[in-house]
Design a protein around this ligand. Structure first.
Ligand code: DGL
Length: 269
């Protein structure tokens, strides 16, 4: 009798569809693993939400889903959440908690002009966590910080099938357009790799885009490869959201393209 190999179950969490930019790299590297993806659309956008509320919502979602599907790891595929919630999650769960934080270190390593842009949400650019990253890895660099909620909304709309407004993107990036030696851009929000081509069109001087998706996928593999998995049951690839939304039916149709079988609504307080 052949013994069926059991693969880990990994939850990806974001406020919206931005976490897809991390999930897609992981799925590419580890196609047979089991994936759950939750977007907290009732709490979207996280950009300007308070740190306390982000911590509470993230913890509530992770607890609820872990109760239904024993998880082997949680990936907080959201910079705005990762920069505040990781210690709380690590206190509450004994499984690996993998965060997504702005890739300042690799950006500093690759920039020739020592002039870097951090493009993130309004919350992330203000975080103490980010100050520390910059102090540690890019102390003598010029680091521009631009926080945008509008760009998050544009990326979200693109994935839901709406056209992308390039003029609006250019407008958001207007303060950087003339910075001719800005050679490296940290995509410090998981929504932004989804509109990277459009950002590049607006900022042709940028030579390097720091998108952490592939590095996170490798990290997940190194942490979980070979461990005893909790969920020995049937393969589940489910998506969760925290409220009904207008494009739900249309969205359900594209789920199989992303490798998910169903969309479920969960309720958190
Ligand atoms: N995708 C998220 C991030 O990486 C946040 C987007 C939002 O809800 O503002 O920061």
């Amino acid at each position: 009798m052949s013994i069926k190999k059991a693969y880990p179950t990994v939850l990806f969490f974001d406020s919206g569809v931005g976490g897809f930019s991390v999930y897609r790299e992981t799925k590419k590297l580890l196609p047979d693993w089991h994936y759950l993806y939750c977007f907290d659309n009732a709490g979207f956008p996280y950009s300007e939400r308070s740190e306390e509320s982000i911590i509470q919502r993230t913890l509530a979602v992770c607890r609820l889903i872990n109760g239904q599907h024993p998880l082997d790891a949680i990936v907080i595929a959201c910079n705005t959440a990762s920069t505040v919630v990781l210690p709380t999650l690590r206190e509450n769960f004994s499984i690996p908690i993998i965060g997504t934080v702005p890739a300042i270190k690799p950006a500093a390593e690759i920039s020739k002009t020592k002039h870097i842009g951090l493009l993130a949400t309004k919350g992330t650019v203000k975080r103490h966590y980010v100050d520390e990253l910059i102090n540690k890895f890019a102390k003598n660099y010029r680091v521009e910080r631009l926080g945008s909620t509008r760009l998050v909304e544009i990326a979200e709309q693109k994935i839901r099938g709406y056209s992308v407004d390039l003029i609006a993107i250019k407008d958001e990036l207007s303060s950087w357009l003339d910075m001719s030696d800005l050679d490296t851009l940290v995509l410090g929000c998981t929504h932004f790799p989804l509109i990277k081509d459009e950002i590049q069109l607006c900022l042709p001087q940028v030579k390097h885009f720091m998108d952490p998706g592939a590095a996170i996928a490798k990290r997940i593999k190194s942490l979980l490869d070979g461990v005893d998995v909790k969920n020995q049951s049937e393969k589940v690839n489910q998506m969760f959201c925290t409220k009904h939304f207008p494009e739900e039916l249309q969205f359900k149709k594209i789920l199989p393209l992303w490798g998910f079988d169903s969309l479920n609504i969960i309720e958190i307080e």
